[in-house]
Design a protein around this ligand. Structure first.
Ligand SMILES: C[S@@+](CC[C@H](N)C(=O)[O-])C[C@H]1O[C@@H](n2cnc3c(N)ncnc32)[C@H](O)[C@@H]1O
Length: 244
């Protein structure tokens, strides 16, 4: 996509237009997504996945819902945790991201095309935990997202959100400015061939709500004991809450 079709990133569109741009962007970069993710997180994404799993409270035999599952990086790690007696449903609205996920199938994982803000065919209270990693930032209607996550889990079940954030302190902020505003768009454009996608990334992080606001959104959508922490010097946040 070029700047004419996608627009500049200042003031990203919302609603259906934003969803279309995001879906088309992930369709285009699906083939290179995991490689780029590994490069850009220096391989730390698997460690952060483990933190998500710990926060989810999942145990062998449980059922997990992974929204905006993309190519299935977290989904597969969740499947490893719940084991062969458990099951994981991964939902994403990008056909190409899901196609990449399905190339690495697991017997206890189902992938489904769908919108995280309007989960069709997902019964209320049918999962012990619902997770989303690097997805919330792409979804303008966070009330709809967390409303659906809370609806999908059993009372006492956990909702966990991992996201890229603006760092709180000055030193990581300097590093962050270098890395996300310059290095990431540069590497992303070269490896994926899609300059728009990897300049969208830092813009979407800048536009995303502050961690305290995200906590409040989770609370008002039926979650209690909402906690959050910063990881990786502040550039990643991990939120979790428990369904009432
Ligand atoms: C940055 S990727 C994250 C993929 C994966 N969770 C991971 O850990 O690598 C964001 C994903 O969110 C998906 N997405 C964005 N908005 C969505 C929505 N409303 N419903 C479902 N998927 C959505 C995109 O298609 C994309 O695959």
């Amino acid at each position: 996509m070029n700047q004419e079709s996608g627009g500049s990133h200042g003031g990203l569109p919302s609603g259906a237009e934003r969803a279309r741009l995001v879906r088309e962007m992930f369709d285009r970069i699906a083939g290179r997504y995991e490689l780029l993710n590994k490069i850009m997180t220096a391989g730390l994404n698997r460690i952060w996945n483990r933190k998500v799993i710990r926060a989810s409270g999942l145990r062998p035999g449980d059922r997990a819902l992974d929204l905006a599952c993309g190519t299935g990086s977290l989904t597969r790690d969740l499947a490893g945790k719940v084991g062969e007696r458990g099951r994981v449903l991964g939902v994403d609205f990008s056909r190409e991201m899901l196609a990449a996920a399905k190339r690495r199938p697991a017997p206890n994982v189902e992938y489904r095309l769908g919108d995280a803000t309007e989960l069709e065919g997902v019964e209320s209270g049918s999962f012990e935990a619902a997770t989303i990693a690097y997805g919330a930032r792409n979804i303008p209607d966070l009330d709809a997202l967390f409303g659906e996550m809370a609806r999908a889990v059993v009372p006492g079940g956990r909702v966990v959100c991992l996201e890229i954030a603006r760092p709180g302190s000055r030193i990581p902020a300097l590093f962050y400015g270098m890395w996300f505003d310059r290095v990431v768009p540069w590497i992303g454009a070269r490896v994926s061939g899609d300059a728009w996608a990897y300049s969208y990334l830092p813009c979407s992080v800048k536009e995303f709500v502050a961690p305290e606001v995200l906590s409040e959104i989770m609370r008002r959508n039926g979650l209690r004991h909402v906690r959050w922490q910063r990881l990786a010097g502040g550039i990643i946040t991990l939120h979790s809450g428990t369904k009432r």
